[in-house]
Design a protein around this ligand. Structure first.
Ligand code: PRP
Ligand code: HPA
Ligand code: MG
Length: 184
C-alpha cells in the first residue's frame, strides 16, 4: 500500500520506508554486537510487531529463535485501556534464555511494563526490549528499553504494523491519519 492508495486518508508521512530501513540496519548491527556468541529468543508481540520482527531478524547474524505473544490493551480504539490481556502465550520455556522482546511502539508503556514483569518472572537469563517507535511524551510508566528506532511526537500513528481499527498495518511507512477518518 502506498500513499497514493490512501486517497485523502493520509495526513502526513512521519517516517519514510527509507528512514525505517536505515534505522533497522543500525539496530541490527547494535544487537549483533551486544549478543555476539549467544543464542537469542526473539519474542514478537502480535499483531503490531509483525513488520519490525520480520525486517529486523532478517538483518541479524546472531543465532535466533522466534516466538510470538499476542496481548491486547487497545481494542479497536486509539487509547490504551491499561488492562493487558494475553490472547496467545509463548510456546517456549524462558528458563536460562536471552530474550529480546520486539515491539512496534511504546506509547503509554503500560503494555511493555506489564509484559516485561511477566516474562522476567519466568526465569530467563536476560530480557531486553527493541521497539521501532516510542512516544516519550505519552509515557505513563517508564520502561527500560535497550533499542529504540525513533522517538516520535504524541500523535496517533499508523503503518509499519500499526493499525487504526485493524487497518493501515500494511503501509511501508509511518504516518498520521486525516481527522475525517476518526469521525467516519
Ligand atoms: O505503550 P502502550 O500504550 O501500552 O501501547 C503499545 C501497545 O499497543 C499496541 O498494541 P495493541 O494492543 O493495539 O494490539 P495490536 O498490536 O494487535 O495492534 C502496540 O502494538 C503495543 O503493543
Ligand atoms: O499511535 C498508535 N497507533 C496505533 N496503535 C497504537 N498503539 C499504541 N499507540 C498506537
Ligand atoms: Mg493496535
Amino acid at each position: 500500500m502506498n500513499p497514493a492508495d490512501m486517497g485523502d486518508d493520509l495526513e502526513r508521512v512521519l517516517l519514510s520506508e527509507e528512514q525505517i530501513n536505515t534505522r533497522l540496519d543500525e539496530l541490527a548491527e547494535q544487537i549483533d554486537a551486544d549478543y555476539a556468541g549467544k543464542d537469542v529468543l526473539v519474542v514478537g508481540v502480535l499483531k503490531g510487531a509483525v513488520m519490525v520482527m520480520a525486517d529486523l531478524v532478517r538483518r541479524l547474524h546472531t543465532s535466533v529463535e522466534m516466538d510470538w505473544m499476542a496481548v491486547s490493551s487497545y481494542g479497536s480504539g486509539t487509547k490504551s485501556s491499561g488492562v493487558v490481556r494475553i490472547l496467545k502465550d509463548l510456546d517456549t520455556d524462558l528458563i536460562g534464555r536471552h530474550v529480546l522482546i520486539v515491539e512496534d511502539i511504546i506509547d503509554s508503556g503500560l503494555t511493555l511494563s506489564w509484559l516485561l514483569a511477566n516474562l522476567r518472572s519466568r526465569g530467563p537469563e536476560s530480557v531486553e526490549i527493541a521497539t521501532m517507535l516510542r512516544k516519550p511524551d505519552a509515557a505513563k510508566v517508564e520502561v527500560d528499553v535497550r533499542y529504540v528506532g525513533f522517538d516520535i511526537p504524541n500523535e496517533f500513528v499508523v503503518g509499519y504494523g500499526l493499525d487504526y481499527a485493524e487497518k493501515y498495518r500494511n503501509l511501508p511507512f509511518v504516518g498520521t491519519l486525516a481527522p475525517h477518518v476518526y469521525s467516519a
